[in-house]
Design a protein around this ligand. Sequence first.
Ligand code: ADP
Ligand code: ADP
Length: 229
Amino acid sequence: MSYVSVIDEYKRYQMGENTIVANNGITFDIEQGEFAIILGPSGAGKSTVLNILGGMDSPNEGQILVDGNDISKYSKKALTTYRRDDVGFVFQFYNLVPNLTARENVELASQISPDALDVDEVMESVGLTGRKDNFPAQLSGGEQQRVAIARALAKNPKLLLCDEPTGALDFETGKQILRLLQKTAQDFNTTVIVITHNSQIAPMANRVIYINDAKVREIVENPHPRSVD
Ligand code: ADP
Ligand code: ADP
């Protein structure tokens, strides 16, 4: 069984008289430890399905199986626990706490989790050893995103969900961040799912799920993704 299985998932938003169908029967699988990319234009429904996978939103129909459990059937309490313990989130804008150092930002996340990793080891793995005592404003965009990734990883999540993580970065820096996420999937055996509208990054993924107009249009498996270095 796949680690993640989204099966015939529908999500509709009611806007006054109008119904917006954000996800119109979405189905895909992702294996454990894969670096998967959800690709598609703006408004395609990518964030909607990622938010549903992260337990931040619930579908109208369909099954959302994560490690064999249908999270769409979870109670509110179970969903809160799932979000806290099992899922790491990385966003386009890093959402760091400005008056805490890089290390303190990561520590904060690790404190709430039962199987947290060693904070300094995680910071080393994302290449931040020399920047631990800096505040977010003293760090570059790429470094701030590394802190956000370390923060997400510190709780040792099963799933790392990233919504346009390179959207605010220049090309070179974005590439380094994507390589870091690719390496994370390999080293930690974490299932990493990245949303992007940039088709150029597709060769880095083990699996590319192309979504357009609320449906999956194509799934490409890539047994030999472009290597980390
Ligand atoms: P993408 O991430 O691919 O840009 P989204 O999943 O954010 O696409 O959005 C898909 C569609 O659902 C869009 O038409 C968007 O406007 C709509 N949508 C997303 N979230 C909401 C919401 N909370 N309320 C109403 N419509 C929404
Ligand atoms: P956008 O229109 O979203 O700004 P960009 O072309 O700037 O799209 O690319 C978004 C991110 O993807 C950039 O940060 C860039 O570093 C990364 N990226 C683009 N092309 C590649 C590539 N061929 N290999 C690796 N990373 C890439």
